[in-house]
Ligand binder design. Sequence first.
Ligand code: M6R
Length: 609
Amino acid sequence: MCGIVGYIGEKECTGILLDSLSKLEYRGYDSAGIAVFDKHDKTIKTIKAKGRLKDLEKKMKGEDRLYGCCGIGHTRWATHGEPSDINSHPHGNARVTIVHNGIIENYKKLKEFLESKGYVFESQTDTETVAKLLDYYYDGENPIECIKNVINEIEGSYALGILFKDYPDTIYAIRKDSPLIVGKGKGEAFIASDVPAILKFTKNYYLLDEDEIAVLDRSGAKFYTKFGELITKELITADFDEESAAKGGYEHFMLKEIHEQPNAIKMTVTPRVTNGMPDFSECGLTEKMLSGYKRIFVIACGTAMHAGTVGKYVIERLARVPVTVDLASEFRYRNPILNKEDLVILVSQSGETADTLAALRLAKNVGAATMSIVNVKGSSIARESDIVVYTHAGPEISVASTKAYMVQIAVFYLLAFQLAYIKKTISKDECKRLVSVMLKVPDIIENVLELSDTCSYVASKLVNSENLLYIGRGLDYALSMEGSLKLKEISYIHSEAYAAGELKHGTISLVTDQMPVIAVATQRELFDKTVSNVKEVKARGAKVILITHKCMSVDEEAADYVIKLPTIDDMLMPMIGVVPLQLIAYYASVLRGNDVDKPRNLAKSVTVE
Ligand code: M6R
């Protein structure tokens, strides 16, 4: 949550900071602010405003513009203290000013200490404590010593960009449990919470590791351990450019990302297929390792957890290996029974989700093997897992996850095929057949994307509802969970996903003509049973949208609208069936006039508990 940026170079930095922040607004948009070393009097000048970046820009037009070549910026997702001008970052004073992403867990204790030393607090934020603690330790001469002292005292997660009054051409940065990269251009250097923020200016960057200190000036960056020892770091070049991180003519990132799914699947799957068979050896996952795991735990949050649920159905069905799916936030606190023969799979687009990261650390502590399915290269979860299978979806900017889900399930399919082959529950021929079907999925999705108008029409029929149900059985239930989350997070229509057979155990009492039902029925062996449940809700007045295979004949009375999908193996239908669900949610959000890519109260990367 929150995005931070920084620039030091020859150019005026205000525009650069604002541009970089615009690429990070997906991380939070409760307020924004920048601090710049004024190039005339070398003092730190700050301007900040509640609301979106555009509100800050508006404010800047009304006030003196900041002129200087060194500055830091912030876009906020509020945790401590309501969204307001005063709680906005940067925080600090004339000597030390900071931007912060993360949470300082012991801020109350530190605040009491600082108050006892005469400091007066203005905001309700945890961040102000760090700004004041830096000021307390800063002797006017040695920023690194000051930072070392502060690192020893603060607990929690942080990525910090820091300006010290006496070093007007330098940015200091540190991180722990919150992401931060250091960009290197010609005669300039950057900090940012994520790579897209700097791509307009450079593709070269360093990944700051836990507890490292970066010192940036026009010549680039130097890195130190938290003990102050100088270290060298590898310069990385981003494998995507600014254009692929931009909207590319689509009205919203979400729509663009939905359309990028066929390519994302190809990029993710092709490198993991050798001679028609799944092959994860490039990720360090060998057949020998796979054959040894007795149980699998899949841990994730939100959409990534829904991808894991599809994984569970497929792995259990094909490979007969027991799979438990847990919400990362629950897993940590339920004292899970894990041992060395278990494989724990962490799924995360960002690779920075705090709960998932904590679950990974817990699994490692008990000696379980850990593997992550992660989209962002070099993210914390990727770095700390024993094995990483990167998904190659490219940057996902829209808060609502679409293409990341698609490639996460693609990886689960390949894994299930390989595991089933190793466990001898399917033959080599069957394994090859399944892989070949999967390789056709991108083209099939291209066809499904042509159903956009139908999905938009269906959305127009739902858009005035306050509540909605998604129902399905088996894999269709897993899919319903994702459809429901997508709808509620961007359209703000309340919805729930129910296992179709479970409705009659309570929830059906909610069904009236005011409760539309989206029924997903792509599993042919369960089709008749799901249609029976559809009839039950229809009989109680519900408007029904049925999503099924082209090949299924549907009784005209059964549903009000039917979306017919191309037919492939039922097991792979979630990859096809999720597309209309994403499109319905997208159009519902557009029709309601919502900010599709930045839904209220949410942030893309949830680096707090
Ligand atoms: O970055 P992660 O995949 O770990 O994020 C997990 C969830 O926060 C994320 O999937 C969230 O549920 C999305 N907004 C859903 O669209």
